[in-house]
Design a protein around this ligand. Structure first.
Ligand code: GLC
Length: 432
């Protein structure tokens, strides 16, 4: 079957869900300087060990995380089961470097799966292709490894056998996709230089993944990253090209289309502050307004949004994140119809905001009240009725006395000088 068509079919529900929670969590929450701390500060495995020995998230309550995700209006979640530092939140038989051997003493992935599933959310696993703990992963000449260029590790490189690492990687993915029931998304991260595609034995890996979890979605980073997309945008994508593109910390200006001009499913992953992993000093949070408008922007360009939280070492999602997500949830509760199941609309981006569309329903996301009536280009005589989405109240579509010169426009008039919802006022336009 045509891979482009197959990914379109597999992602039907995913493209309706639109909004998910990314969770970056691991022992790096203790140094609290982000999940790259080992690499950035060139910390050896030994010097990183105290964080393993003292990892004790005694307030970890995945039910509370799941409730928050649900309250925010999210439909799925993706948790880092293993990040680049190699630490596993799950009880893998293939390593001792796992949560069950820390003071946490539990399979943290199992509890996440149970809690999120109970809230009706779909389950995603992030799995790092890089592994700075595995003895067979290249260190000295690698561009990201904490021990890169370190003469002390140079000799040991000769003994390494990368195929043993690949076997470990495949074995852990098998565990993750066998032991936790139905998994909806697997999010591999990431490829770089020659560490890409068949270096991970990607064809074999994807065959196994699809065998174990027939309905699963796979991201595009078996040959891509935040800055390299891989073959998913080509006319003939590789077998392991993935089901969706994952732009990182950016919303693609015009959405994502492939070489043939067809839409490629995509999901922008974005942080709420400036870091993925818990960073104690980073309070540079986005506002609920920015987040809502980012969600709208993604949907208006046919995309999803995966919004990150970085729980701390005790297991708590930072309070700032909680408050933002609750505010976003309040808006989503009133206006979710303009997000779920919606996508791009053919009309040009209007002056006052953005459009999303679901069949005959056009959603006008109005950010800028302006002065006088609000104008809808190309919609004269095409609007059957208009409602303010937040309370379903009628909005009159009228031709103002002074608008005779603009026959192709439809108009509404808010009357008041301000918009009913300063974050994003949504007007539902039912088309004829
Ligand atoms: C990057 C980073 C990583 C983060 C991810 C999220 O590739 O290496 O730390 O998990 O992007 O998209």
């Amino acid at each position: 079957m045509d891979l482009r068509k197959a990914r379109q079919e597999r992602t039907v529900q995913f493209r309706k869900d639109r909004f998910g929670m990314f969770i970056h969590w691991g022992i790096y929450a203790i140094p609290a300087r982000g999940e790259w701390v080992r690499s950035q500060e060139r910390i050896s495995v030994e010097d990183y060990q105290p964080f393993f020995d003292s990892f004790n998230p005694y307030e970890y309550d995945p039910k509370a995380w799941a409730k928050l995700a649900k309250e925010a209006g999210m439909k799925y979640a993706v948790l880092t089961t293993k990040h680049h530092d190699g630490f596993c939140l799950f009880d893998s038989k293939l390593t001792d470097y796992k949560a069950t051997n820390t003071p946490a003493g539990r399979d943290l992935v199992r509890e996440y799966v149970d809690a999120f599933r109970a809230e009706g959310l779909k389950i995603g696993f992030y799995y790092s292709l890089l592994d700075w703990h595995h003895p067979d992963y290249p260190a000295y000449a690698d561009r990201n490894h904490p021990m890169r260029g370190n003469e002390a590790v140079r000799e040991a490189e000769k003994e390494k056998d990368f195929s043993r690492y690949v076997e470990y990687l495949h074995g852990q993915v098998r565990e993750l996709l066998t032991n936790y029931g139905k998994i909806d998304i697997i999010w591999f991260d990431f490829s770089y230089g020659e560490m890409s595609g068949e270096k991970w034995e990607a064809t074999k890996l994807v065959k196994m993944v699809r065998e174990l979890q027939p309905g699963i979605l796979i991201d595009n980073r078996l040959e891509g990253s935040g800055d390299a997309v891989g073959s998913i945008k080509t006319a003939n994508p590789n077998f392991y090209a993935g089901d969706f593109d994952g732009p990182e910390q950016i919303i693609p200006p015009e959405g994502v289309i492939d070489e043939l001009g067809d839409p490629v499913p995509w999901e922008a992953c974005l942080t709420l502050n400036d870091n993925w992993g818990y960073t104690a000093k980073d309070h540079n949070y986005k506002t609920p307004e920015q987040v809502v408008r980012a969600i709208v922007e993604c949907v208006s360009k046919n995309g999803n949004i995966l919004l990150n939280v970085g729980p701390d070492a005790r297991g708590n999602i930072p309070e700032e994140s909680v408050q933002i997500l609750k505010a976003v949830g309040k808006w989503m509760k009133k206006n979710g119809k303009s997000i779920y199941g919606c996508s791009r609309c053919e009309l040009d981006k209007p002056e006052w905001g953005r459009y999303t569309q679901n069949g005959k329903f056009l959603y006008a996301h109005i950010y800028d009240r302006g002065i006088g009536p609000t104008a809808f280009k190309g919609l004269a005589g095409k609007i059957k009725k208009a409602r303010l989405l937040m309370d379903d109240s009628e909005i009159k579509v009228e031709k103002p006395w002074n608008a005779g010169q603009y026959p192709e426009y439809a108009f509404i008039n808010f009357g008041s000088t301000t918009l009913p919802d300063p974050i994003d006022t949504v007007v539902e336009l039912e088309l004829e």
